[in-house]
Write a protein that binds this ligand. Structure first.
Ligand SMILES: [Ca+2]
Ligand SMILES: [Ca+2]
Ligand SMILES: [Ca+2]
Length: 214
């Protein structure tokens, strides 16, 4: 009997996590609650260093990196494309969102600590998001948006990145169309914005708190 698709997707995510040697010691438990009424997935970490991988597709899979449990186990899978609300709290957290869908909004707040947030497309299908709002607060944080080169990528609404206090690093690889407004604030500290592609914005562009633009 063939394995359900969600299982193979989750196996892929786990394999990727194992390939990336942990640079930090991750721990803690992440609580995942699916509000079906608003079709929102609430992913909430604790005060420890949480490592969270999310893979969207036919299913939305949430798995924990080495040392981090999801609802006390290895991971959960949702048979839908919910909006994502991810809050990781204190601790040096790592959040990776793979294959976000243009129908999804993505909201991430990583709290205090040296956190990293990655939005990545690794497959060949069209991708994007309906809106993205990333806040990384205090600590030396990194934000990476890497949607690859195969298709034009777009954010259907606003793209907001606020990295708060600390020496933060924001990278946007490849071309990106923002249908709404672009808001980037590096906050206090020595912040780097690495724009490796061509960003077009239909709305307003507001970039502040960046000391080094690459
Ligand atoms: Ca945490
Ligand atoms: Ca944190
Ligand atoms: Ca920061």
């Amino acid at each position: 009997m063939p394995r359900p698709n969600s299982r193979s997707l989750m196996s892929d995510v786990v394999a990727m996590a194992e390939l990336l040697e942990p640079r930090r010691l991750f721990a803690g438990n992440v609580t995942v609650v699916w509000d079906t009424l608003s079709n929102t997935l609430f992913v909430t970490g604790d005060s420890k260093a949480n490592e969270i991988h999310i893979l969207s597709g036919e299913f939305t899979a949430v798995t924990g990196g080495s040392g981090t449990t999801i609802n006390g186990g290895a991971g959960v899978s949702i048979p839908d494309l919910p909006n994502l609300v991810i809050r990781t709290g204190n601790g040096n957290d790592a959040v990776e969102i793979n294959e976000p869908d243009p129908r999804q909004t993505v909201t991430v707040d990583t709290g205090n600590g040296n956190d990293s947030v990655t939005l990545r497309r690794s497959g060949s299908t069209f991708t994007g998001a309906r809106g993205v709002n990333i806040t990384t607060d205090n600590g030396n944080d990194s934000v990476l948006i890497d949607f690859g080169t195969i298709f034009d990528n777009f954010i259907g609404g606003d793209l907001k990145i606020d990295t708060g206090t600390g020496n933060d690093h924001i990278t946007i690889n490849e071309n990106l169309h923002v249908i709404g407004n672009l808001f980037i604030n590096g906050g206090k500290g020595r912040d780097v914005f690495n724009d490796d592609g061509l960003i077009s914005v239909n709305g307003t562009t507001n970039v502040s708190g960046i000391e080094t633009l690459i």
